[in-house]
Design a protein around this ligand. Structure first.
Ligand code: FAD
Length: 300
């Protein structure tokens, strides 16, 4: 690529990044989208709950989005991993894995997060297929089925309340001693939600479809679906840029998607636990518009 200088570099070219790219392309800004192409939902067979694209494959939605953005000739794409982001005199420098460097006045981080799989054989293979992160995205397809929740503590209680609406055949697996309060445990029992503290050995599955949970004590439980709350880390190390993180590990942004570093914006899964394609697209759209507004104010 000959051009190395852009108005804006967007790191991540999935739903949030493409949406930001569209706002900026339509605003005649020169944009480079650097994308490694590993969105977090790539293993899930169908993506739900995004209006007009409900039930399409994640890849199809991304391809349609990219085709939309490619119509804007001031938006460029570079398919590699950005390995280093740094401030320089009049903006920012992004270095990709092959060593090439690009420069821009502003940066949008749309780099998503990486889910950290627990050390349970079978779990990763079922992730996004029958082991589910979110009832809004995949709950309807397994409504009224025999379902488990793998979580513990207050978060497990909140998750149970939400999923109880989708199925009454529900068991909470705390995978070791429960840290729920007595009051919360009683409330779950009142709703006939079992609390199972047995330690999990593995998940048996066929092509990602869960068959049963196998416990270390030799017992098994047959399930159709398992919801799980698992930890995550940022896909991109933003410490060189100096962006502040929240206590939960998200990039801190204000209501205009501005991070704590002037000129750096962020959008999508990297800033919020409200994780959905629709939410990533909405935030990307806003980030693009706010970056454009800043340019307009600076240049007028
Ligand atoms: C298993 C699963 C199933 C889901 N199902 C649904 C569903 O049915 N419906 C729904 O609405 N939502 C669903 N979601 C949530 C949805 O996928 C996310 O909210 C959405 O993908 C977030 O978009 P994003 O652009 O922020 O991040 P992502 O889609 O994760 O994309 C981030 C992009 O940035 C790139 N990137 C990261 N770091 C770098 C770097 N250093 N250099 C270059 N590129 C980089 C990645 O490779 C990737 O292409 C699901 C999530 C998961 C995990």
């Amino acid at each position: 690529m000959h051009n190395k200088n852009f108005d804006v570099i967007i790191i991540g070219g999935s739903y949030a990044g493409l949406s930001a790219g569209m706002s900026l392309g339509r605003s005649l800004r020169n944009v480079l989208i650097i994308n490694e192409g590993k969105p977090c939902n790539r293993q899930t067979p169908h993506s739900y709950n995004f209006i007009t694209h409900d039930g399409k494959t994640p890849r199809k939605i991304a391809e349609l989005a990219k085709a939309d953005v490619e119509q804007y000739k001031t938006v460029y794409f570079f398919d590699e991993r950005a390995v280093k982001l740094m401030k320089n005199v009049d903006g920012f420098k992004a270095e990709v894995s092959s060593g090439e460097r690009f420069y821009a006045k502003k940066i949008i981080l749309a780099s998503g997060i990486k889910d950290i799989m627990p050390d349970i054989p079978g779990f990763a293979e079922c992730w996004g297929i029958s082991v589910l992160h979110c009832p809004y995205c995949h709950g309807y397809e397994v409504k009224n089925e025999v379902t488990g929740i793998l979580a513990n503590g207050d978060m497990a209680f909140e998750f149970s309340k939400l999923i109880f609406n989708m199925t009454k055949k529900l068991t909470l697996f705390t995978n070791g001693k429960s840290s729920l309060t007595q009051e919360k445990t009683k409330k779950l029992k009142d709703h006939e939600i079992g609390v199972n503290e047995d330690e999990i050995e593995s998940i048996e599955h066929e092509n990602g479809q869960i068959q049963k949970v196998v416990f270390k004590n030799g017992k098994t439980i047959v399930l159709k679906a398992l919801y799980a709350k698992i930890p995550f880390e940022q896909n991109l190390d933003v410490s060189d840029l100096g962006c502040e993180l929240t206590d939960q590990g998200f990039i801190k942004v204000d209501f205009m998607q501005k991070t704590s570093v002037p000129g750096v914006f962020a959008c999508g899964d990297n800033v919020t636990m409200m994780r959905s394609v629709a939410s990533a697209v909405a935030q990307g759209n806003l980030a693009g518009a706010m970056v454009n507004k800043e340019f307009s104010e600076e240049k007028f």
